[in-house]
Write a protein that binds this ligand. Structure first.
Ligand SMILES: [Zn+2]
Ligand SMILES: [Zn+2]
Length: 274
């Protein structure tokens, strides 16, 4: 599949949005907002193209920007952060080069900002509800200001010289519980990372064993049957260890309910005073 030039599309949408804003007419603000939303969507899809090999075709082809970005974050916790690159010549091996030439920094929409901008301009794209109309609808100046902020940000992202750099090594495996594919980028300089299955929410601890080898371990806990006369131990997923969940012991057939409890121990002073 050829790469779609979403960046060019975003540029076009931004140009149109700016032209709409420049008319100074309040009733044209909604068209500016629509173009800005399209620009945000195009940038998100462009970002997804950089991670194409890590996405399933179904996710890649059909997901909405917000879901897509959430998935990108799942794969790479750094996906919502801008990165910057610098290179330099090492004079002493292993030591940082005395002079580093920056390539520039990459500004990408971070998830929080994406949601904020996308939702905020989206709110203006509906006729005010009865409740909103009674309270006083949002003034057009506010809408204009918001559109201006979003346009500036989109412009910054588009002007960024370094685009769609992706670093780090991927760890991929099939969920032991449900078989879904789990992907996780190993964070830089970290030996362990945690990952969660998108489907069944089982959690894993990934350990870097060197030479590109990673070890996956499902987060399990051992829990002993609550019956004093029974010592059956079961292994459950860490995420299942929460108040309200229960299991029936296969040895004594009693029911164990997980609950939060506090055991109070009086201070030594209080104990010696009595
Ligand atoms: Zn799973
Ligand atoms: Zn038991």
């Amino acid at each position: 599949m050829p790469k779609v030039n979403y960046r060019n599309q975003a540029r076009e949408y931004l140009k149109r949005a700016k032209a709409e804003l420049e008319t100074g007419e309040d009733h044209r603000l909604r068209y500016a907002a629509l173009d800005l939303r399209f620009a945000i969507e195009a940038l998100t899809y462009d970002r997804a193209q950089a991670y194409k090999n890590e996405l399933l075709p179904s996710e890649y082809e059909t997901w909405q920007p917000r879901k897509l970005l959430a998935l990108l974050l799942e794969i790479d916790p750094m996906a919502d952060k801008g990165g910057s690159l610098a290179v330099g010549v090492e004079e002493t091996e292993g030591e940082p080069a005395p002079e580093m030439v920056p390539f520039g920094s990459e500004t990408v929409f971070d998830l929080r900002l994406l949601k904020k901008h996308y939702d905020a301009i989206g709110n203006f794209l509906h006729v005010p509800t009865l409740a909103q109309a009674e309270k006083a609808p949002p003034p057009p100046e506010k809408f204009r200001q918001r559109c201006g902020e979003v346009a500036d940000y989109v412009g910054k992202v588009l002007a960024s010289p370094v685009w769609n750099i992706t670093f780090g090594s991927f760890a991929t495996m099939e969920c032991e519980k449900c078989g879904a594919k789990i992907r996780r980028r190993m964070p830089h300089g970290q030996k362990t990372a945690s990952a969660a299955c998108f489907e069944c929410e089982a959690t894993y601890t990934i350990t870097d064993r060197g030479n590109g080898k990673v070890e996956w371990k499902m987060d399990m806990v051992d829990v002993r049957c609550g019956n004093q006369d029974c010592d059956k131990v079961i292994h459950i997923l860490k995420k299942e260890l929460k108040p309200g969940s229960h299991w029936v012991c296969e040895v004594c057939h009693g029911k164990n309910v997980i609950a939060l409890s506090i055991r109070h121990e009086p201070s030594e002073q209080a104990a010696s005073a009595s």
